[in-house]
Structures are given as structure tokens and as C-alpha cells.
Design a protein around this ligand. Structure first.
Ligand SMILES: CC(C)(COP(=O)(O)OP(=O)(O)OC[C@H]1O[C@@H](n2cnc3c(N)ncnc32)[C@H](O)[C@@H]1OP(=O)(O)O)[C@@H](O)C(=O)NCCC(=O)NCCS
Length: 198
């Protein structure tokens, strides 16, 4: 059993440690971090996933940004501990956080990442949305949380400059208990071994 909960200030050092482990040194020098500097995260959507023993296994964060003055959610970073990658936990966090975002009334999500991974969640290349350079345009991907939310939303991605509202106090009821995702190996049926010959 795993538990997905909103990140609290007490989680922060562990989450930073996980990101340091999973990303190349200097990750915060990336241009996408300039959109995040000094801007509070979307607290309800920054989630940690812990195993039954309480060990942090994965984390995801979101920031508010603007495109053509429309509010947009910037997804990332997301990371799964190297010993647990490929087990479906990244997918769990993606789906859980996007469901929460839709429920909260957000319309559209943006990320910079590998299309072969994120397309499974519905992300598609955004031809007319420009991240601060140097960003490979093929990695600028968007998802609509309501129909046509990205239609006619184009231009440079900008920092959210509106005054932040106070983040809500952590809500312990906002946690989700999830079963371990099914691994592909679970689908395999054992091939019966031939009876030994004597
Ligand atoms: C990317 C990451 C979050 C995915 O989480 P995960 O729990 O390992 O992924 P899942 O188990 O949900 O999905 C596994 C599938 O995704 C694929 N996948 C994982 N990373 C991929 C990538 N960068 N590009 C393409 N496919 C990828 C795997 O090949 C596997 O494919 P399959 O389902 O066909 O077997 C995780 O591997 C990670 O933390 N990586 C290091 C940090 C990172 O790169 N974060 C993303 C920044 S954009």
C-alpha cells in the first residue's frame, strides 16, 4: 500500500534530496526554474508518495505560470526513486495530481519533458507556446483539463506575478491510499514446466 499526500514543510528536505538524486547537478539553473523563483507552489498539487514504511518514494510539484495572461499549471519536477522506477508509481502520481487539478478547476497544464512518456497521460506538443530559452520546443507539452483549453492560448510562458493567496493549511484528509500498481510481470502466466523424465 502507498499513500499520496500533499507535501508539507516537514517533507521539503526529503523531496529536495530525491530531486537531487534523480536529476543532474545544477537542475535549478535550468531556465524553467526562473519561472518558479519567488513564486509560491500550488500547494494542494505538490504531492509526496510514501510506501507502507513511510519512506519517500516519489514526488511531484506544480507552479502557476501565465501564457497570454491565461493561468496555466506548470508541472514538474516529478521524480521516482531510482530503486522504484518503472513500477508505475510515476503514472500514479501523474494521474492523481491531474485529477486533483481538474477538480480544483484548473483548465490547462504545461510541462517540459519527453513526449514518449507524457503522451500516455494525454500531453501533446504545444507549437505556439514558448518556454524561456534554451528549451527544445519538441519538449514543450500541454494537456487540456477542459475541452479546447489550449486553443488560442499562445506566446511566451511568463512568471505568475499576481499576489499569491495564502497557501491552505495542510489537510490530512487530502491523502489517497493506493495499491501498488500492477506490473507488466503480473500479467505473465507461468508456462508449465514439462514433467521430468526418469
Ligand atoms: C520519469 C519518471 C518520473 C517516470 O516514473 P516511473 O515510475 O519510473 O514510470 P512508470 O513506471 O509510471 O512508467 C514506466 C514507463 O515509462 C517509460 N519511461 C520512463 N521514463 C521515460 C522517458 N524519459 N521517456 C520515455 N519513456 C519513459 C518506461 O520505459 C516505461 O515504459 P512501459 O510502460 O512501456 O514499460 C521516473 O523514471 C524518474 O523519476 N526519472 C528520473 C527523473 C526524471 O527524468 N523526471 C522527469 C523529468 S521530465
Amino acid at each position: 500500500m502507498y499513500e499520496i499526500c500533499p507535501e508539507t514543510p516537514a517533507d521539503e528536505p526529503e523531496v529536495e534530496g530525491l530531486y537531487d538524486l534523480c536529476f543532474a547537478p545544477g537542475r535549478t539553473a535550468l531556465s524553467s526554474y526562473r519561472l518558479r523563483d519567488g513564486v509560491p507552489r500550488v500547494a494542494e498539487l505538490c504531492l509526496v508518495l510514501r510506501d507502507a514504511g513511510g519512506t519517500l518514494v516519489a514526488a511531484i510539484r506544480f507552479w502557476p505560470v501565465r501564457v497570454d495572461d491565461h493561468p496555466v499549471l506548470l508541472l514538474g519536477p516529478i521524480a521516482v526513486h531510482p530503486t522504484a522506477q518503472g513500477e508505475g508509481l510515476g503514472g500514479l502520481l501523474m494521474r492523481d495530481s491531474l485529477t486533483r487539478a481538474r477538480r480544483m478547476g484548473f483548465d490547462r497544464v504545461l510541462l517540459v519533458g519527453d513526449a514518449p512518456y507524457y503522451s500516455r497521460f494525454g500531453f501533446q506538443r504545444l507549437d505556439d507556446v514558448v518556454m524561456p530559452p534554451p528549451t527544445n520546443p519538441d519538449r514543450v507539452l500541454g494537456l487540456e483539463l477542459r475541452p479546447d483549453a489550449w486553443v488560442n492560448v499562445a506566446g511566451p510562458v511568463q512568471r505568475e506575478t499576481r499576489p499569491p493567496v495564502d497557501p491552505p493549511a495542510p489537510d490530512p484528509t487530502a491523502c489517497t491510499q493506493v495499491d501498488p500498481p500492477k506490473r507488466p510481470a503480473d500479467d505473465r502466466t507461468e508456462t508449465p514446466r514439462p514433467a521430468p523424465h526418469h
